[in-house]
Design a protein around this ligand. Structure first.
Ligand code: HEC
Ligand code: HEC
Length: 337
């Protein structure tokens, strides 16, 4: 018979046994069952070493203090992804940072800034991210995101392979200087531009629950079949670089207001630029191709919007004009870089 009053070993052994069984049953077994079931999605590209280092910069700078990476299954989260997040989206996190630090959790719980689950899809331009990290207010007027100036260096003698960030001269302490991105900044941007939801193999996405407060406002520019609203598409995508009034940003993004390409009677060149991207002039950055993000109707709608606003007066664009140009684009540009 167990005698707890006279034999203290019984007391300790039974307590130990209960502790071990409970730990197995409610912590270790469920955790390992969960992580065994969490396989990366078949179309999820493997993280490159550069992106992995970028994730470490993201963790070190604590970007998760203001940014989530989780699309919840509620209607208000629709702008952040095509489907709610699932455990497989976090398959990368099975890898620890190092012996001492567990896998990085970047789900976040604070959404002072936008959710970043799909930011590589919304904002594929590496140069935009560099400018934004250097000083968010240069590309987003009134942004409250802090600047990450220490990820950049001001130098008079950039290395031959340095990535120069097009910061306006008046911002620099010496006009002979340029701003170069440090390897940390480049890794972080490689990570940010890689963030996009992988498609599910069988289309059985968990659904968004309807909002209890009635239908939400239409989502902007993320889904393929969103209504082709030129203004919303411009604000959701193009204005990040070309600015809210199409005025551009000296040294980085050309103005669309008054642009001869935008105002040309024949929209062919403009549509080719929007579909296939553009890198014609040294004084401006690179325009990323938009073909993969938008349908013909959406491209026509945003082109029509740009051609009839900011003082521009060019005829509207029909969706029919987009299809033949899309067919001419090299297939590799259809995959978002
Ligand atoms: C104090 C809160 C705060 C912190 C910390 C912060 N951000 Fe932000 N972030 C914001 C806000 C607010 C915005 C929206 C305005 C803007 O675009 O600048 C934003 C926007 C962004 C965007 C653009 C998102 C989009 O949908 O266009 C990216 C990318 C981003 N942040 C990355 C980062 C990274 C990387 C870090 C860490 C190095 C970081 N942020 C740290 C508040 C923050
Ligand atoms: C990541 C930043 C970025 C985004 C987003 C972007 N552009 Fe651009 N765009 C550029 C840059 C940079 C150039 C100039 C490239 C060059 O000349 O080398 C440019 C050039 C253009 C031009 C040619 C204008 C001229 O006069 O040379 C048009 C038209 C244009 N963009 C339209 C759009 C539209 C419409 C959208 C939204 C669907 C858009 N852009 C989104 C960066 C961007």
């Amino acid at each position: 018979m167990l005698n707890f009053h006279k034999d203290h070993r019984n007391l300790v052994n039974v307590a130990l046994l209960v502790f071990v069984l409970l730990s197995m049953g409610i912590a270790i077994m469920p955790a390992s069952a969960l992580s065994d079931g969490t396989q990366p999605l078949p179309d999820m590209p493997k993280m490159t070493p550069e992106q992995r280092r970028g994730l470490e910069v993201y963790v070190a700078e604590n970007c998760a203090a203001c940014h989530t990476q989780q699309v919840r299954n509620i209607a208000m989260d629709k702008p952040w992804g095509a489907r709610p997040s699932i455990p497989s989206d976090y398959a990368y996190s099975k890898q620890r940072l190092d012996v001492w630090r567990a896998s990085p959790s970047v789900l976040g719980s604070e959404r002072t800034g936008p959710d970043l689950t799909n930011v590589g899809q919304r904002q594929p331009g590496a140069q935009w991210h560099l400018l934004h990290l250097y000083d968010p207010r240069m590309v987003v007027k009134g942004s409250i995101m802090p600047r990450y100036g220490w990820l950049f260096e001001e130098t008079a003698h950039p290395a031959a392979d340095a990535v120069v960030v097009p910061v306006p001269k008046e911002r620099l302490s010496d006009t002979a200087h340029v701003v170069v991105a440090t390897p940390k900044a480049l890794d972080l941007v490689a990570y940010l531009t890689s963030l996009r939801q992988a498609p599910l193999p069988d289309g059985t996405a968990p659904a968004f629950l309807p909002s209890p407060r009635g239908p939400e406002k239409a989502e902007q520019g993320t889904g393929g079949d969103a209504a082709a609203d030129g203004e919303a598409l411009f604000k959701g995508t193009c204005s990040a670089c070309h600015q809210s009034e199409g005025q551009g940003l000296a040294g980085a993004f050309p103005p669309l207001a008054g642009s001869p390409i935008v105002n040309a009677e024949d929209p062919t060149q403009m549509l080719s630029i929007v579909l296939g991207g553009y890198d014609a002039r040294a004084e401006y950055g690179v325009m990323p191709p938009q073909a993969a993000q938008f349908t013909d109707a959406q491209i026509a709608a945003v082109a029509t919007y740009v051609r009839s606003h900011f003082g521009n007066k060019a005829p509207a664009v029909e969706p029919g004009a987009v299809a033949p140009l899309r067919a001419q684009i090299a297939p590799e540009t259809l995959i978002v870089p």
